[in-house]
Design a protein around this ligand. Structure first.
Ligand SMILES: [Zn+2]
Length: 488
């Protein structure tokens, strides 16, 4: 989320506990007064691993435990992400876990969201049944909002892991990027753009036909970033889906690589991700508030990305046409976008084109939730800052996706997101650039027609006679084209 201090997602001091500085480490929780060796069923909690988060466990009864989220490092206001293991269980042991110190009030738990779980013998993450989850204001915990879930352990030798949402760690990203590199694709380049405070890599991918990188070529650039907010793991699945599609042999991906330079920073806040924070960096900064003046020592990853963007913006051969920062949202359904507000109506309309095209391609993307704003408190966000920096032919968006689910057109039953459906949204974002550039591109129409009629007959039907006109004349045609698209 890129939300503001007035927003329910923002942290509160209430319920924070400054004593919760570290994660529990193989903590055996025994009943009060118990002496001697722990028995089976005396649960062992652990969060000392990558992206782990659990600060404290209180024994309430044999069946019930109060769990405390460890606040973000150096910023006790944020307590949302949790990720921990439980072992030493008894077969058929039933428990209730109460997560008692959330920093938020409004939550998708009220709408059916549930934590995810996996275990040693069932390594694929799945969501708990919504009926096992309760979210309520609890008189026992300073009237804080508490999320309780019931769980029945069934295999004594399994280690069970519970998390707020599907984890996507720094190491997972490193493995993924290494596997991409090993494919030796001539249209993929991986660079180290900088280092975090704790010396983790800030990766930059460039995906394009290598001919586009020659110094004399004019370059149209699409820039995408993710995980400035470390607890927003769905952003990484979207980013990976985006990359997977662009490096694929799909004919649409090939044409996009021929005409566009994609620059991707998959993890803007690697320390925060590693540490299991929800919103902040190691030093407790919400990096998405520091775009205006990032410090080289306090916000080095943000500083490096901003320098790169400024440098590209000054290069007369580079046209930075899109900047998209990917986030996840804790209270909204679907995928949707935030954009900027401009004085000129024509620019406002042009900015609405990409979300409209995306809505057409992605059944989980909601145009009605997409909005444009200029809140003062969001001035330090990437979208707002770059929207002011770049010229009026550039578009800057925040892409948000629900931590929980989406509604498709005409349906009232939410479909919970999976790792795969998050990735699919990323793929749909990537292929939407084809539709965009078919309408707004100097590329000869005949070339596009021949290339795409065989690829995607449905898309080819959308190709208007306006493909060769400049951007400025095109939005009205796009409007007409989308009048029939149902919004939900
Ligand atoms: Zn965010």
């Amino acid at each position: 989320m890129e939300e503001s201090v007035r927003d329910p997602d923002t942290g509160s001091e209430t319920g924070g506990d400054d004593a919760l500085l570290g994660n529990v480490s193989k903590l055996t929780v025994t009943p009060p007064g118990h002496t001697g060796v722990a028995r089976k069923g005396h649960l062992v909690f652990d969060a000392c691993f990558e992206s782990g988060n659990l600060g404290r466990v209180d024994y309430i009864s044999e069946f019930e435990f109060d769990l405390f989220i460890r606040p973000d490092t150096c910023n006790p206001r944020f307590r949302v992400w949790f990720n921990f293991t439980v072992e030493h269980v008894r077969e058929t042991q039933r428990v209730i876990f109460n997560i008692v110190n959330f920093s938020k009030t409004k939550s998708l738990y009220r709408d059916g969201m549930a934590p995810v779980v996996k275990s040693t013998s069932r390594p694929k993450w799945q969501r708990l049944p919504a009926k096992n989850v309760y979210y309520y204001r609890c008189p026992d915990h300073r009237r804080n909002y508490v999320m309780s879930f019931a769980f029945c352990f069934d295999r004594e030798d399994d280690v069970y892991q519970f998390a707020y949402c599907y984890p996507y760690t720094y190491s997972r990203l490193q493995h993924y990027l290494s596997s991409l590199e090993q494919r030796n694709l001539d249209y993929l380049k991986r660079e180290q753009l900088g280092l975090s405070v704790q010396q983790r890599k800030l990766d930059l991918l460039t995906i394009t036909n290598p001919a586009n990188l020659s110094p004399e070529r004019e370059k149209r650039v699409v820039f995408l970033t993710a995980r400035v907010h470390p607890g927003e793991s769905p952003a990484s699945f979207i980013c990976q889906g985006f990359i997977d599609f662009l490096v694929s042999q799909h004919p649409v991906a090939q044409v996009l690589r021929d005409h566009v330079v994609f620059k991707i920073v998959p993890m803007l806040n690697p320390d925060g991700v590693y540490l299991g924070n929800y919103r902040c960096s190691l030093m407790g900064f919400d990096l998405n508030r520091y775009w205006q003046d990032p410090s080289q020592w306090a916000h080095p990853t943000l500083h490096a990305v901003k320098q790169l963007i400024i440098q590209m913006n000054q290069d007369p051969k580079v046209s930075l046409e899109f900047y998209i920062d990917v986030h996840a949202h804790s209270t909204m359904m679907n995928g949707f976008m935030y954009g900027n507000v401009f004085e000129e109506e024509e620019r406002v309309q042009r900015q609405a084109v990409f979300p409209r095209l995306l809505c057409h391609n992605a059944p989980d993307f909601s145009l009605s939730s997409t909005s444009f704003n200029r809140d003062v408190v969001k001035a330090g966000t990437g979208r707002r800052f770059l929207g002011g920096l770049l010229d009026d032919t550039s578009y800057c968006y925040t892409l948000e996706v629900s931590f929980y689910s989406f509604l498709t057109a005409g349906s009232t039953t939410p479909i919970p997101y999976t790792e795969d459906s998050y990735m699919k949204l990323g793929k749909n974002v990537a292929r939407t650039f084809l539709d965009y550039y078919k309408l707004n591109s100097p590329i000869a129409e005949s070339k596009l027609t021949s290339q795409f009629s065989s690829v995607d007959a449905a898309d080819a039907g959308h190709q208007g006679s306006n493909a060769r006109k400049g951007k400025n004349q095109n939005w009205d045609k796009n409007e007409k084209r989308f009048q029939g698209v149902r919004d939900y």
